[in-house]
Design a protein around this ligand. Structure first.
Ligand SMILES: Nc1ncnc2c1ncn2CCCCCNC(=O)c1cc(-c2ccc(F)cc2)cc(O)c1O
Ligand SMILES: [Mg+2]
Length: 214
């Protein structure tokens, strides 16, 4: 029977990457996506911007919305200090099953909690279920029409503190116009656009980094 693209991506990781070596996992996925099949990972170009933001923030608590196959999960978790926690939400159980194996191959399962379900359902439960006060960094990479409602939800649930950083993928392609309009015009955020390209292509895309001012 036919395998899925995430299954073929995992096979490429298990074939070409070294267990316990997150950089080799990232490299194997990028090679698979450039040489074999495009896939919607944040990719190597935007991934470097992601890395620089994670390193600058040095977060103790991270929320990732939209795990997919775990590529950005591995990039982020590999840069976290030992006591830091990354919670990643994935709606699609098939993607989640692959992501768990990718994260395990990278040896990062102790830093990552992958939760299956919709962001709108889980954001209100973060404090009670995971003992989270606030998130130092949120990486938005899920349904593009959920970026705005989920940001408002995080504000309402008190999950953001003065200085919390939101980093949003795909603000140009596929695009998140309502989110951009809100976050760039709200007096409660200071935003910065990092121009880049849609993963593995020459199409323009970028990351929007926003600081919550409280
Ligand atoms: N916990 C949760 N709650 C709600 N939704 C949830 C979720 N967990 C997952 N999802 C559902 C997200 C499904 C994937 C989201 N990402 C995308 O849709 C995405 C698409 C492109 C793309 C660009 C140009 C093209 F021509 C085609 C595709 C690129 C990207 O970098 C993307 O991140
Ligand atoms: Mg994306």
């Amino acid at each position: 029977t036919q395998t899925t693209r995430p299954q073929r991506m995992l096979a490429a990781v298990q074939k070409n990457a070294t267990r316990g070596d997150p950089r080799s996992v990232v490299k194997a996925i990028d090679q698979f996506c450039r040489q074999k099949e495009w896939a919607m990972n944040v990719g190597d170009e935007k991934g470097c911007i992601l890395d620089s933001v994670v390193t600058e923030v040095n977060p103790a608590t991270v929320l990732e919305l939209g795990t997919y196959c775990g590529y950005s999960t591995v990039r982020i978790a590999s840069l976290l200090p030992s006591n830091a926690k990354l919670i990643t939400l994935e709606f699609n159980p098939d993607y989640a099953a692959i992501a768990r194996q990718v994260i395990a191959w990278a040896g990062l399962e102790d830093k990552v909690q992958l939760v299956e379900g919709a962001s709108g359902d889980w954001i209100p439960k973060m404090k009670e279920k995971f003992g989270i006060e606030t998130f130092d960094l949120v990486f938005l990479d899920h349904w593009k029409d959920r970026y705005l409602p989920d940001t408002k939800l995080m504000e309402e649930c008190g999950l953001l503190r003065k200085g919390s950083i939101l980093l949003a993928d795909n603000v140009i392609c596929p695009g998140t116009p309502d989110y951009l309009e809100y976050i760039r015009n709200s007096p409660r955020y200071k935003s910065q656009y990092f121009k880049s390209h849609l993963e593995y292509t020459k199409v323009e895309d970028g990351l929007e980094k926003s600081v919550f001012l409280g």
